[in-house]
Design a protein around this ligand. Structure first.
Ligand SMILES: NC(=O)c1ccc[n+]([C@@H]2O[C@H](COP(=O)([O-])OP(=O)(O)OC[C@H]3O[C@@H](n4cnc5c(N)ncnc54)[C@H](OP(=O)(O)O)[C@@H]3O)[C@@H](O)[C@H]2O)c1
Length: 289
C-alpha cells in the first residue's frame, strides 16, 4: 500500500486532504504543530515542528513516504513580515529539507504555494508568468518553490492557490459570513483582486494531481476574479442577508504590516482541462449546504 505524508494536517487544506485520501488505498500520515486535529481511524497523526530540521529528517526517513503533500506553512502574511527569520525557517528552509529528503528517498512531492509570489501588477497570472514577490511571505514561499524545483523534473508538482476558505473560522469568508449573520459593520477593501479558493475543491484537485502523478506547476482557484468587496457582496446574496453593514475601504487605509498585491488573480485554464474549475458562487452554495 502506498504511503502518503501530509504536512499541516491541522490546517484548512491539510484537514480536507486527511478526509479525502482513502485509507483502503493509502497509508495516510498527517502532521500538526500546535493544534492536534481529531484522529481518523487507521490514519496516523503526529506532531512535527518544521523549525526542527532533525525532527523532519527523522520523521520522513522512518515513514519513507511514496508521496509528500507539503501544506504546512506560516500563513499569516503580517506575522511573516514581523518575524522574517521565523518565516524563512518555516516556509523556505523546511521545504529545502523536505524536498532534498524526497529526492534522496525517491518520494514524489507536491508543494502548496501561493499567488503572493506575484507582484500583482498584471493579474490573471498563468503558470509560466514571471514571479516577483513584494512581501516576506511571498519571498519565503518562492524560496520553497525554488527548492522543490531542484528535484528531478518528473517527481514534483507545485500548486499555487489563493485566499483559501472553508467552513471553519479563521479565513476571510468565514469572518464575513459570521459578521453578516450578526449584523456587524465591516469594512472591506474594493481595490484588492483575487481568485478565492474553496478548501474542499482545492483538496479534490490536489488529490487528482497526486493520483495521476502530474508534474510541474498548476494554478488552483475558483474561476472568477473578484475584489474582496465583491466577494462580501456575493456572500451576503448567497446567505440571503442584507449587505448594508458592508462598507468599502482602500488597501492604503489598512494597518497591515505587509504589502498585498493589487491583483494576484490566477489563471485557471490549465487545471480546468483536468478537473473542472467552479465559480465562487457555486463553492459557497456547496459550503453552506
Ligand atoms: N490560506 C490562504 O489563503 C492561502 C493562500 C495561498 C496559499 N496558501 C498556502 O496553502 C497552504 C495551506 O494553507 P492553509 O490555509 O491550510 O493554512 P493554515 O490553515 O494556516 O494551516 C497551516 C498549517 O501549517 C502548520 N504549521 C504552521 N507552523 C508550523 C510549524 N512551525 N511547524 C509545523 N507545522 C506548522 C499548522 O499547524 P498548527 O495549526 O497545528 O500549528 C497548520 O497545520 C500553505 O502552504 C499556504 O502557504 C494558503
Amino acid at each position: 500500500m502506498k504511503k502518503i505524508l501530509i504536512t499541516g494536517a491541522s490546517g484548512q487544506l491539510g484537514s480536507e486532504l486527511m478526509k479525502l485520501f482513502d485509507d483502503r488505498e493509502f497509508r495516510v500520515f498527517g502532521t500538526y504543530n500546535t493544534k492536534k486535529p481529531k484522529s481518523f481511524p487507521r490514519k496516523k497523526i503526529f506532531r512535527l515542528d518544521l523549525s526542527k530540521e532533525q525532527e523532519i529528517r527523522d520523521a520522513i526517513k522512518s515513514i519513507r513516504p511514496d508521496n509528500i503533500i507539503h501544506c504546512a506553512a506560516m500563513t499569516n502574511v503580517d506575522e511573516c513580515e514581523k518575524y522574517p527569520n521565523i518565516a524563512h525557517n518555516i516556509n523556505a528552509k523546511s521545504t529545502e529539507v523536505i524536498s532534498e529528503l524526497a529526492e534522496e528517498l525517491g518520494s514524489r512531492m507536491l508543494y502548496v504555494s501561493t499567488d503572493f509570489v506575484f507582484d500583482g501588477l498584471d493579474g490573471n497570472y498563468d503558470e509560466s508568468h514571471e514571479t516577483k514577490p513584494i512581501q516576506v511571505y511571498g519571498k519565503t514561499k518562492l524560496r520553497g518553490e525554488e527548492a522543490v524545483r531542484k528535484m528531478t523534473e518528473d517527481s514534483y508538482c507545485i500548486v499555487r492557490t489563493s485566499v483559501v476558505f472553508g467552513p471553519d473560522p479563521g479565513n476571510f469568508v468565514s469572518w464575513v459570513t459570521e459578521s453578516l449573520r450578526l449584523g456587524k459593520r465591516i469594512q472591506i477593501v474594493d481595490d484588492q483582486f483575487v481568485t478565492p479558493t474553496y478548501s474542499v475543491d482545492l483538496a479534490e484537485k490536489i488529490s487528482m494531481l497526486v493520483t495521476k502523478s502530474k508534474n510541474g506547476f498548476w494554478n488552483v482557484a475558483c474561476s472568477n476574479r473578484l475584489s474582496r468587496f465583491e466577494m462580501a457582496g456575493i456572500i451576503s446574496n448567497t446567505l440571503g442577508v442584507g449587505s448594508d453593514s458592508i462598507k468599502t475601504a482602500k488597501m492604503a487605509d489598512m494597518e497591515w504590516s505587509a504589502m498585498r498585491p493589487t491583483d494576484s488573480s490566477l489563471n485557471t485554464e490549465k487545471i480546468d482541462t483536468e478537473h473542472r474549475t467552479i465559480s465562487f458562487e457555486d463553492c459557497l452554495e456547496r459550503m453552506y449546504r
